[in-house]
Each structure stands twice: as C-alpha cells, then as structure tokens.
Design a protein around this ligand. Structure first.
Ligand code: NAD
Length: 444
C-alpha cells in the first residue's frame, strides 16, 4: 500500500520505517530541509534503538523515501498520516499550527480520494477541525473530491518504539466511516496477527483515549513521588512500600517507581493540555493539576538534597552528572529532569561534568559552549575533579558501576541518586554518603 507520513520525528520516522518494513511504499514529508538532507543520506536524526538499521534496509529496497514537497506527499499515499509535533502553547493547551498546516496543504493538492490519519496527539475535536480546514480549501478550489479523517493515536514509547509499533498493545482507530476502519485494518494486518488488537471507536473517544493513557501513567508516577516525600519525613523506605503495594494485582508493579520526576515530550504536555481542554469546557480538573504540580516540585528534589548537603554553599563546586536524556535509550532531552538540575546548579555557581550514552550532542545543541558545562566521553571521566556524583537517568550502564573507582575519583564519596539505583546499606559499607528518593540518607 502507498502511505504518506507528514513529520519525520520520533513518531513519523518509526511509523514510516515499520510500515516500509512490512512491504508498504512509504513517503515521508517534513518541512525541515536539514532533516530531509540527513535522511536522504541514510542518517537518522534521532537515536532510537534499531531505527537506523531498519531505515537503511528499507531505503535501499526503495520502500522508504523522504521529501520536502507536500504536493508529492498528497499525490503518493492513499493513507495520509499526520505525525507532526503538537507542542504546548503558552497556556499549556496543544499548539495545533503544524497539524493545521498539513491539513491546508492536503486541501491544496488533493485530487483523488484520501484517508487522512491523525497520529499526532491532539485535543478532542481536532479531527473535525482538520476535516473542516481541508473542506474549506477544497471549496475554494471548487473541488468535490472526497476524503475521510480518522484518529489513530500512537502509543509507542521512545527507547522501545520499534518494538511497540511492530507488536502494539492496541491499535485505536477512531472513525465515523466503517469503510475506513476496514482499509486501516488491512494496513495494520501485519501488526495484528497474534490476536485482535484493533479497537474501533468514535473519533472523539479515540482522541481522548491517548490523553487518558498518558495522564493515567503520569498520575501513577506523581502519586508515588508524593508518597516518597511522605516516606522520607516518616523515616520509611519507599522501595519497601513500592513492593508492598505493587504485589496487589489491582495496583501492579509497573510505573510506580519513585524518582526525580517525569519528563519527555509527552507526559508533561499532554497532562497540561487535557487540563486546559477540561477548563475550556467549564471543568476544573483538580487531579490533573496536582499531577503536574507534584512533578514540577519533584524535578527540584535532587537539587534540594544537594543544596542541603552543602548548606547552600555550591559556588565553585563541581558535580558529576550521569544521565541527560529524559529516560534511558533515547537522546530526547525535552523536559528532562537533568535540565532542571543543571540549571539550578549553574544558577548557584556550580559546574557540571556530564555523561550520557546518547544525549550529549543534543545537550550541546541546547546549551552550546559554556564554561560551567563539560560534556564527557565516559561515566568515569565525568567523575574527575567532581565533588560528588548525581545520577538522574537510569541507563543500564549506571546500575552496577565500579564503586571503588567512584570513591577514589570523587573529592568526597557522596552520591545523589535520583532513580534509586543503588542499595543504601551496600553504599554505606562502600564508604559513601548516599542520598536517594523516599529513603533515609545513609552514611559510611
Ligand atoms: N515522541 C513520542 O514518544 C510520542 C509518542 C506518542 C505520540 N506522540 C505524539 O506524536 C506527535 C509527534 O511527536 P514527535 O515526538 O514525533 O515530534 P517531533 O518533534 O520529534 O517531530 C515532529 C516533526 O514534524 C515536522 N513538521 C512540522 N510541521 C510539519 C509540516 N507542516 N509538514 C511536515 N512535517 C512537519 C517537524 O519538522 C518534525 O520533524 C506529537 O503530537 C506527540 O505528542 C509522541
């Protein structure tokens, strides 16, 4: 089948590569010339495990192509996927300018029946808006060509995106036309072999399902972080509590890890956008508001612990930072907790020596050259000349480090752990002062 995808970011590229991998003829359209150049050279502009290899194989086979030309895009695919960004507006609501721009260019070039499939995360009612925009442009052109608009939210996780797309938990299709469900069912057949994963529903419910999923996951994290703060005050160990509640199958173990807050391009913006949608419809979403407020505070937690340890005297100190991306296995730095920590340390006159397996280039792009930031090539080199170590992203590489080497390299043996990777008792025996989340600090 012929498929066009607008937006070659984390979602668009993965969708394009995976649809090409099962034999479809995919054309990806983006507005960023540098990105399209890179892609046409066979280079991936993002880090996502397995993506480069899949792109290369399908580009060589001629099933995956890239262009800047939206007219070519509209002419190419029966399916016109919209996978452009929907960043937060100033008031937190979703900024739909990119989605609308795609709708307008589809309207300008449409000459034959097409199914417009919205994969971007968009507020309820956006499919109606996209449909109206396209129709308006067609009316101006005096064209009577037919089209459908479908909501098909994406649930992939960065870091495991290829696997999530190839073996999805569910494929939500929101449509008011049963024929489009059947056409999309045909497109998704290779990903739907093991058991029925297609959940067909009305468009509005499909759009809300995506926000509901992300808000639920964010709520679990903020709930646990709230509990971790209470545990600290009470002298309880949040990791024991986590296991204590996770063993209840109604609660489960997933997504109840305490830590230094959630980041990324989805949870923060989607929780805020849903809160704004509710408010625009006259409903004050107290719980959603609290989820974001707790997270905001939690992102400052590690800095507060560092500041308290040094009695606020951080000027001239150097901190080794392990982990920059908002979570492991990605180079995505959007709303990463590491940024909150680094910026707070810089504000107080401290320096940072940071290491991340994939996000170093992105960090350099965001912050540029600055005297108080050294980007290091290994976890060990980040420790050199540092007063203490802070761990902010739980990459596997950081889970079992050489503690003796850490102790010998740091000026003082102090670790601030934003992801509870280590055993406090063990670290105490290794001679460290150890701070983590929701647990009493330990000393040698
Ligand atoms: N990243 C995730 O993990 C994830 C998961 C599920 C859903 N989503 C949603 O998917 C959407 C895309 O997210 P992303 O992380 O891939 O974004 P991204 O920022 O990585 O990529 C968006 C791309 O769209 C391009 N673009 C903007 N306007 C365009 C236009 N008019 N025509 C063609 N291309 C255009 C940009 O240049 C960019 O390359 C968002 O709505 C997001 O909420 C993201």
């Amino acid at each position: 089948m012929k498929v066009t995808i607008y937006g070659s970011g984390y979602v668009g590229l993965v969708t394009g590569a995976c649809l090409a991998q099962v034999g479809n003829d995919v054309l990806c359209v983006d507005i960023d010339p540098a990105k399209i150049d890179m892609l046409n050279r066979g280079e991936s502009p993002i880090y996502e495990p397995g993506l480069s290899e899949m792109m290369t194989a399908n580009q060589s086979a001629g099933r995956l192509k890239f262009t800047l030309d939206p007219a070519e895009g509209v002419a190419h695919g029966l399916f016109q996927f919209i996978a452009v960004g929907t960043p937060p507006d100033e008031d937190g609501s979703a900024d739909l300018q990119h989605v609308v721009a795609v709708a307008d260019s589809i309207g300008q070039h449409l000459d034959d029946y097409r199914i417009v499939v919205n994969k971007s995360t968009v507020p309820v009612g956006t499919a109606d808006r996209v449909r109206a925009r396209i129709q308006e442009t067609l009316d101006k052109r005096g064209s009577a060509v037919e089209f459908d608009v479908v909501s098909n939210p994406e649930f992939l996780k960065e870091g495991a995106a290829i696997d999530d797309f190839m073996r999805p938990d569910r494929i939500v299709i929101g449509t008011d036309n049963p024929r489009t469900t059947e056409l999309l069912r045909a497109l998704y057949t290779p990903f739907n072999r093991n058991h029925e994963r297609i959940l067909a529903m009305d468009i509005r419910s499909a759009e809300l399902t995506k926000y509901a999923a992300n808000s639920m996951l964010a709520t679990k994290i903020s709930f646990m972080n709230e509990l971790s703060n209470i545990a600290e005050l009470l002298g309880a160990d949040i990791e024991k509590v986590r296991i204590g509640i996770g063993s209840d199958p109604r609660i489960g173990y997933q997504f109840i890890y305490p830590g230094a807050g959630y980041g990324g391009s989805c949870f923060p913006k989607d929780v805020r956008a849903l809160e704004r949608t509710a408010l625009a419809n006259g409903y004050k979403a107290e719980l959603l508001h609290a989820v974001e407020a707790v997270n905001f505070r939690q992102k400052e937690k590690l800095f507060e612990k560092i500041s308290a340890h040094y009695s606020g005297d951080l000027k001239g100190r150097t901190f080794a930072l392990w982990g920059l991306s908002f979570k492991p296995n990605t180079d995505d730095m959007r709303e990463a907790s590491s940024r909150v920590l680094m910026e707070a340390l810089w504000e107080k006159g401290a320096r940072v020596r940071a290491f991340d397996p994939e996000a170093v280039d992105e960090t350099a792009r965001i912050y540029g050259q600055r005297d108080d930031l050294t980007l290091c090539k290994s976890p060990e080199s980040a420790l050199e000349g540092a007063d203490a170590l802070a761990v902010i992203t739980e990459w596997n590489l950081f889970r079992s480090p050489d503690f003796e080497r850490i102790r010998k390299t740091l000026k003082q043996p102090v670790i601030f752990d934003g992801r509870n990777l280590y055993d406090p008792g063990f670290l105490s025996k290794q001679g460290f002062t150890y701070y983590s989340i929701g647990r009493v600090p330990t000393t040698p």
